[in-house]
Design a protein. Sequence first.
Length: 226
Amino acid sequence: MFTLRFDMRAPVDGASTGDLYQAAIDMAAWGEEHGCLSALISEHHSSPDGYIPSPLILASAIAARTKQLPIVVGALLLNFYDPIKLAEDMIVLDIVSRGRVSHVIGLGYRPEEYAMFGIAMSDRGKVIEQKLAALQRGLRGEAFEYEGRSVKVTPPALTPGGPRLAYGGHSLAAARRAGRLGLDMFAEGSIDNLLETYQQAARDAGREPGTALIPNRGTPTSVFVA
């Protein structure tokens, strides 16, 4: 059993970008026939090594080439999106994939990305909580006010309540945010008390803790295949 992860980084003197993206789609289709558990697509911006900036589009292409393979978009850097438009895009992706795409929301850590999108790094925690609240309500199909505007996202998602969301990170602050906001937790690393902090934050907010995927300390979570 294995998971495929695509971030699309590659040497500039290697294969063309078009060939690399087509290969990723082909690999996902191959993986579905050979025991792949899921395909994970990451996100970063303005990266010199070609890191993919638009994971939902690649997820849609992979969904079109596969029938059962679960697809995870993560981490999706929410602060760099309009949450209402993102909710629309996520719902359409949920529909065309027949509910196979889930999302790991990430805060992001690169100052150059925040500068590119005109957001102060010091505001990133406040901004993501505001956008996440709007995203969740949009995915549920609620009518609500956002920045003084009346909002209702249509059509409804295929998945009841919208596609599954987790919060990514391996800090205690990330664990507290995931638990408090009622999200699953997806960590690529582990520190002391991470799981306990997540579970306690959920209970303190009157929620039942969700699923927490936390690797054993020292265990590699990615293996690069040449």
